[in-house]
Design a protein around this ligand. Structure first.
Ligand SMILES: Nc1nc2c(ncn2[C@@H]2O[C@H](COP(=O)(O)OP(=O)(O)OP(=O)(O)O)[C@@H](O)[C@H]2O)c(=O)[nH]1
Ligand SMILES: [Mg+2]
Length: 328
């Protein structure tokens, strides 16, 4: 998956109300009993349920039509028909729904919620309701109201769980391509990535969305290089991954630059849970870098990897899921 927006058009229909019926009591010795036709049941509603463990709109793409059940007709003895069952459509947080015809925004879902979008049709009244002193044997009953049909566009603004930060060329995009199906541009020069890339890591039944952003250099917060405004794309992540190239103490100073620029961008983002990942371990110097980190920042978890040889990648997936994952 690429880009920050995903969009699916679906069709939803609430249930029709059940019809009221015409019926008369039948009793021994009573030639013509009074009216006793029951009301129809209500049609089922269409609801949206926003849940944290839903990450994408792919289930809607597989099945883009939802219909709630119709209400059942009334019965004799003034019995009301059964209500139709609701249909509940799961959505990931961050979804905006729009009317496909008018383009009007219907709702913007940011966090978990359950919301009734379309009410089912009301059930019709049975003839029992229409009795009066002048009309003792009413032969009329009301039909149920029809349900409502709508075409809507669901648009997901993806929210990453993990943000990859690093100096240009640290190997962020390469790591994203190794962990996920995303295929960002990778090249041997700085500032290859100009706009953020997203990928979904599926691992052992859990998922995390990872954002790869442009490289950060010293004074980026003052506008150097590509600046830091793209950090807003990872403002809501659960985990920051500082990717620094292997090579003894250099990894430590690179980390210092990143930490300082992030702090200058947002003190709030700087408080986010973080891990250090030493990249390009195949080029040597990773053990020294890790040791230098362990001496200086005991409290920050650190790991080393090579996207080229695959060294440390499985362990990194475990770590990412443990610190930022959710069930699929
Ligand atoms: N030897 C080695 N080279 C790597 C590894 N990971 C990435 N590279 C190389 O490092 C260079 C930069 O990789 P990118 O993934 O584009 O780096 P980036 O951090 O996304 O860079 P920007 O987008 O410019 O910030 C490329 O030539 C990659 O092939 C690794 O594990 N080992
Ligand atoms: Mg890149």
């Amino acid at each position: 998956m690429n880009g920050f927006v995903d969009e699916v058009t679906i069709e939803v229909v609430s249930g029709d109300g059940g019809d009221g019926i015409v019926s008369f009591r039948r009793e021994k010795y009573v030639p013509r009993g009074g009216p006793n036709g029951g009301d129809g049941g209500k049609g089922g509603n269409v609801l949206f349920q926003v849940k944290d463990n839903v990450k994408t709109l792919s289930h809607l793409r597989r099945k883009p039509f939802f219909k709630a059940e119709n209400g059942r007709p009334g019965q004799g003895n003034r019995m009301t028909g059964r209500d139709g069952a609701d249909v509940v459509i799961p959505l990931p947080p961050g979804t905006v729904i729009r009317d496909a015809e008018t383009g009007e925004t219907i709702k913007d879902f940011s966090r978990s919620s359950l919301w009734v979008y379309l009410e089912g049709g009301r059930g019709g009244k049975g003839n029992w309701h229409f009795r009066s002193s002048t009309r003792q044997a009413p032969r009329i009953a009301q039909p149920g109201r029809p349900g409502i049909r709508r075409r809507i566009v669901c648009e997901l603004k993806l929210i990453a769980d993990i943000g990859l930060v690093g100096l240009p060329n640290a190997g962020k995009s390469t790591l994203l391509s190794v962990l996920t199906k995303a295929r960002p541009k990778i090249a041997d020069y700085p500032f290859t990535t100009l706009i953020p890339n997203l990928g979904v890591l599926n691992h052992k039944g859990s998922q995390v969305i990872i954002a790869d952003i442009p490289g950060i250099i010293e004074d980026a917060s003052q506008g150097a290089g590509l600046g830091v405004s793209f950090l807003k794309h990872i403002a809501r992540t659960r985990l920051l991954v500082f990717l620094v190239e292997a090579g003894g103490d250099r990894a430590l100073s690179d980390y210092g630059v990143l930490a300082k620029e992030i702090m200058a961008f947002s003190a709030n983002l700087a408080k986010r849970k973080r891990v250090v990942v030493v990249s390009k371990a195949d080029q040597g110097g990773a053990a020294e870098s890790l040791a230098a980190f362990a001496r200086r920042y005991q409290e920050i978890p650190a790991a080393s990897i090579s996207s080229t040889t695959g060294e440390g990648i499985e362990e990194l997936k475990d770590l990412f899921i443990r610190l930022a994952g959710s069930d699929e």
